[in-house]
Design a protein around this ligand. Structure first.
Ligand SMILES: [Zn+2]
Length: 85
């Protein structure tokens, strides 16, 4: 057995767009062996890959915190005038 990890966009629960990567099932994924050590390793890898793929960690006004997909990053930046790093 293996474990599938997927980074989901925090906008997924309240998408203001139908282009959200997680709606389109374009979320970042990884597959780990069925062990805590490998799940942790793959999890860390995902966190490293995410920024390189255009994902940004954000805290939204509604209180959700987590990763935003590249599409929602662009939307967030155009709505708020802020740049996410
Ligand atoms: Zn999104």
């Amino acid at each position: 057995m293996s474990v599938r990890l997927e980074l989901q966009c925090i906008n997924l629960n309240d998408p203001s767009t139908d282009e959200c990567f997680s709606l389109l099932e374009k979320g970042l994924g990884a597959v780990a062996d069925d062990s805590q050590a490998d799940v942790a390793r793959q999890y860390k890898l995902l966190q490293k890959q995410a920024p390189a793929q255009g994902w940004r960690w954000a805290k939204l006004a509604q209180g959700s915190r987590g990763w935003l997909c590249p599409n929602c990053v662009a939307l967030y930046e155009s709505q708020t005038g802020q740049t996410l790093n």
